[in-house]
Design a protein around this ligand. Structure first.
Ligand code: ADP
Length: 162
């Protein structure tokens, strides 16, 4: 039984995240999508909202063997407490690599058995990020190609400025 943890802010979840979740779910017996609190990164949605968006989106996309949870502490503590095997991260571009490489090294330093596996983004989602989706929504742009329909109205409602 292999368990993978896919951590991130998911503020909000996008099709880029969902594609990684779907692929990870085929590689591992269980995938825990972990909404992680980063005190250095301000978010637009609460942890509960982000978890709810993820749960509904995963169901809408028909992905099985996925659990959604949140963590306010160190990823590696959660990893050990849940007997996880692997940390999954998505890589969009070289710009992601530098940060993710450091994180993977730090996590392995904190726990030698914490392997990080990188899944490269599908080419049509390489430019897609939560912050880009939020900027478009704030100015009333159409984000329907970027997030599932089931969460679209709540995102637009929260972010619309004009
Ligand atoms: P962001 O706010 O940049 O979208 P998150 O912290 O929510 O980022 O991302 C969590 C993980 O998902 C990271 O490993 C990130 O590289 C990955 N990810 C985010 N967007 C995409 C995408 N479009 N394609 C592949 N991986 C992605």
């Amino acid at each position: 039984m292999k368990t993978a943890i896919y951590p991130g802010s998911f503020d909000p979840v996008t099709y880029g995240h969902l594609e990684i979740i779907s692929r990870a779910s085929k590689l591992f017996d269980k995938v825990i999508v972990l909404v992680s609190v980063n005190p250095l990164k301000p978010c637009s949605f609460t942890i509960d909202e982000r978890k709810q968006f993820l749960r509904e989106s995963v169901v809408a996309e028909g992905v099985g063997n996925v659990e959604v949870d949140s963590n306010e502490g160190l990823l590696i503590d959660y990893f050990n407490e849940h007997n996880a095997d692997v940390i999954v991260k998505g890589l969009r571009a070289i710009s992601d690599f530098e940060y993710e490489f450091q994180m993977a090294q730090a996590n392995r330093k904190l726990c030698y058995k914490a392997e990080t596996i990188f899944l490269t983004s599908k080419s049509e989602y390489t430019y897609l990020s939560s912050s880009m989706v939020k900027q478009i929504a704030m100015f009333g742009g159409d984000i329907s190609d970027f997030v599932p329909e089931c969460i679209l109205d709540r995102i637009n409602e929260r972010l619309k400025r004009y």
